[in-house]
Design a protein around this ligand. Structure first.
Ligand SMILES: C[S@@+](CC[C@H](N)C(=O)[O-])C[C@H]1O[C@@H](n2cnc3c(N)ncnc32)[C@H](O)[C@@H]1O
Length: 198
């Protein structure tokens, strides 16, 4: 298909951005992918600290990373995603938008070294282990044990990061947030929270 879309057109609003993906993926957007305004606010906060490497833990089809990367070209946004299919859609969207400062990794976040990143974004990725419906697919194994394991793992990873590390959570139950992280802002009906490690 001829590329008649200027790059900025994708970032006009959520509906425009979601056209980067097939219809089935678009339909998951409201529930599973970060809304554009939330992505913008979060990226602004995460790029305001020192250090420019930001990791989205459970990056899905890459919506947060691509919006952040577009808005803040001097930072690098990384996304780790366990589902291979979603990773491929993220890579395709990166190509379509000709984005250079975003990197996607296919794998479990437990394989990732937190030390390689300065700041973190988290949209309640482990919650799918606690519910019986509404999951992205039925391809994964879900369990409360896995939720607890992942939450503890992330808790430890965050706790080991230096003072000044920034974290954004959206819809979090806060099990993965160490007390060393201080809440500095809460908006969007208290669902979007910004934290800085003391
Ligand atoms: C609610 S979606 C958010 C997607 C993306 N961060 C966004 O905001 O658009 C959570 C994603 O986390 C992924 N995920 C859940 N557990 C994971 C794990 N242990 N390692 C990597 N990805 C995980 C899911 O497959 C899902 O795509």
């Amino acid at each position: 298909m001829e590329n008649i879309t200027s790059n900025a057109t994708w970032y006009v609003n959520d509906a425009a951005f979601d056209w980067l993906y097939p219809e089935r993926i678009q339909q998951l957007s409201k529930r599973h992918w970060t809304p554009m305004e939330v992505a913008r606010k979060s990226a602004k906060f995460l790029t305001s600290g020192s250090g420019r490497r930001i990791l989205d833990i459970g990056s899905g089809v890459g919506k947060f990373c691509l919006i952040g990367g577009h808005q803040f070209p001097e930072a690098t946004f990384y996304g780790v995603e366990q589902r291979k299919e979603l990773y491929h859609f993220a890579q395709a969207a990166k190509k379509m938008t000709a984005t250079r400062n975003v990197e996607f990794i296919n794998g479990n976040f437990t394989q990732i070294d937190f030390e390689a990143f300065d700041h973190f974004y988290f949209y309640n990725s482990f919650f799918e282990n606690l519910v019986n419906e509404g999951q992205i697919d039925q391809e994964m194994e879900y369990s409360t044990g896995l939720y607890n394991y992942y939450s503890r793992y992330m808790f430890k990873g965050l706790d080991n990061r230096p003072g000044g590390t920034r974290l954004v959570t959206f819809h979090s139950l806060e099990d993965e947030i160490p007390p060393s992280y201080q809440l500095v802002d809460a908006t969007v009906d208290f669902l979007l929270k910004m934290w800085i490690k003391r």
